[in-house]
Design a protein around this ligand. Sequence first.
Ligand code: FAS
Ligand code: PHB
Length: 389
Amino acid sequence: MERTQVAIVGAGPAGLLLGHLLRARGIDTVLLEARSRSYVEQRVRAGVCEHPTVELLRELGLADRLDREGLPHHGISLRFDRADHRIDLTELTGKQITVYGQQEIVKDLIAARLAGGETIEFEVTDVALHDLDTDTPRVTWTDATGAAHDLRCDAIAGCDGFHGISRPAIPAPRFYDHTYPFAWLGVLAETPPSHEELIYARHTNGFALHSMRSPEVTRLYLQVSPDDQLTNWSDARIWDELATRLEVDGDFTLREGTLLEKSITPMRSFVAEPMRHGRLFLAGDAAHIVPPTGAKGMNLAVADVHRLAPALTALLRGQGTEQADTYSDRCLRRVWRAEHFSYFMTTMLHRAPNEDPFADQLQLSQLRYVATSTAAATSLAENYVGLDF
Ligand code: FAS
Ligand code: PHB
């Protein structure tokens, strides 16, 4: 029988950051990950770090490379009616975002955990949770060598994403599930960005997003139908459609280049309540997912564990259960705010497949309002840069 204080299932942003937050509080953890280190470090996902996320990483001394290589951004552009409408995030909120790929954060958090003398069990299988209703829950698994493990702990953090085993361990959860009638085709292109900031474009053909990863690598997305296949999209067709949807009156040239990665991601909003059962606490995508239009997914995972670390610390040290008992309700307040903002950005910018003229006019009205009203732009900006924890 092995022993630790907190067993963390999943080494994505949630699990890795929770490990650092607990170590800073003197709490021992075991971190289990189903995939290999190289796989998790290469998985292309989020690109935008909210202001509170960057501040937290800095507080923990985990932002050195982010501060060197991350791209601070002070605004985004909404592109519609063949014109750019810039939202000045910093002028409206006093804050900024940082463009720094999720896989870079994962690399930094893994390296820091290992450098601190802690381990990560990669490529584990058969992870199972036991005795969640007791104050000595257990986790069993098989490690990469095939050896079986039985770990007793004080609490379990389910940070294993939407397809993990933790959420199913919550008895009688309540689910909220909304599937959008479109998906995102995402590409990573070996070419300098065509604009210095992000461009969210609403076009009659559909939505497009111009983002980036570095001065040499551009990240781009196209709205496609949920049942679309990558085989339908040659490189040439992708570039043609991006050029069409990003077209604007004025000086803009879409820089093309070699496509390094292509993927199609479905668009879905999902929330599972509660985020806790006994000594099991869910965080991140294990409990909720959002459409990526609001750049909230990874940042929500950070907000969850920012709240979970002190709650577990107090619980394990006998300093009261109030934070643990209110963890789920308090996380879900922020989760639902992010769900609404992501829904708002998604429905404002994506063309409904039935091409309803009424919906089109509502979209354009909302976009024109955000582009001309300081109040409306401030509301978008404060949600986009990230509300205080
Ligand atoms: P994660 O899914 O990142 O991590 C969970 C980890 O648990 C994984 O490493 C997994 O291998 C592991 N795991 C699963 N089951 C396990 C088990 N049984 N035992 C042990 N380990 C297990 N968000 C944005 O903000 N912008 C984007 O552009 C964006 N694009 C995305 C594209 C895709 C294809 C996906 C799937 C998500 C995207 N997201 C995006 C959302 C994404 O960034 C998530 O919000 C973020 O990864 C959440 O982090 P975690 O909660 O740590 O979950
Ligand atoms: C990205 O760069 O991957 C990105 C940026 C903003 C979003 C979604 C994805 O809203």
